[in-house]
Design a protein around this ligand. Sequence first.
Ligand SMILES: Cc1ncc(COP(=O)(O)O)c(C=O)c1O
Ligand SMILES: N[C@@H](CCOP(=O)(O)O)C(=O)O
Length: 392
Amino acid sequence: MAVDQSGVWRFRDLLPILDDPNRAVTLREGNTPLYDLPRNARALGLDFLLAKHQGMNPTGSFKDTGMTAALSVARERGFEWVACASTGNTSAAMAAFAARAGLRSIVFIPEGKIAWGKLSQSMDYGALTVQLRTDFDGCVRILTDLVKRFPIYLLNSVNPYRLEGQKTPAFEMAEQMDWQVPEHIIVPGGNLANSAALGKGFAEMHHLGLINRVPTISVIQAEGANPLWRTMQENDGRELVSVTAETRASAIRIGSPASWQKSVKVIRSTGGWVEQVSEQEIALAKAQIGAEGIGCEPASAVTLAGLRKLVAQGKIHAEQRVVLILTGHTLKDSDYTINYHRDELFTEAERSAMSSAEKAEQESFRKPPIVLDPDPGTVLRTLEAHMELHPA
Ligand SMILES: Cc1ncc(COP(=O)(O)O)c(C=O)c1O
Ligand SMILES: N[C@@H](CCOP(=O)(O)O)C(=O)O
């Protein structure tokens, strides 16, 4: 049965949200790989570093696990239209699952502020795509008003069924690690539902006696989109400090996260931390993940950059097992990757603010393409210089 092939619905006993789970709308989501990152582990002085690659879902991000759940509820309840505001991944997932179910979908995205790969997905899957001249938070305001006026089912993560689906990667992770959960989980923070959902998943397993403790869950944000970090710094998580968000990690360019309270609860109850990382740190971490043959989108790379800080602060120790949640596929934002490797990502001001050690570290990961005339002599000489390779 299709639902048995889904990494979400095979856990349907822990997901009591549909009258008939066999009628779930599924694209065989979930069942994502848990990779080891031995070179990055070594570089950080850790014995054990893993990456749960949620970018290996059907539409290339973790949103599929939540969308299969909430979209299935929309269909069961008889909705014809579904909608979301998005920085690109929620919209891609919603458009795909809606198309699969035969429902109509409306996407609100901030114009010029999402990666092309993601924009192309909502068009490919047939959504009504509306680009608003505002940011993500502005899109949310318009959508909130719209769903009050029309019978449209809201599929952002304020929808509780999204979290039900998004808790299941915690189950998979425990299963993949023989129920010996890691000491630390590191999650990128945007609208903050993912950290909340994973926390719920681990708490439920603990409650059922499937695991003997819950991992520490830490959330990492970009410095330019850091409302949770500021909320923790300025008032210890009591009142949200909204920001005007700006980061090249466009998926997490969010200034007023909806699920901040749930996320704070998870961080507190698991003993986790909130860190922020710079644009340079994100870019370097993305290249370091790519160099292990894994790859991810910029928003996912904040996890490795944040881990580096937590290790340096002595909060995570060599013998503790760490799992990074890689939320999106590297092909989601190939412009970012190409600009990085061509050294066209940073402004002059950003470049001159870097120390020579930082510049050298970035440089050691850059692999810009080489453009050559098809002259055998030139090609051979260039390859010799790059590969230290000599003719036999
Ligand atoms: C690739 C990617 N990573 C991380 C996030 C952040 O997840 P959350 O909004 O659940 O905090 C998002 C979306 O916000 C995303 O699209
Ligand atoms: N990164 C998200 C932002 C919206 O988050 P959601 O989980 O509340 O839908 C996106 O891809 O749009």
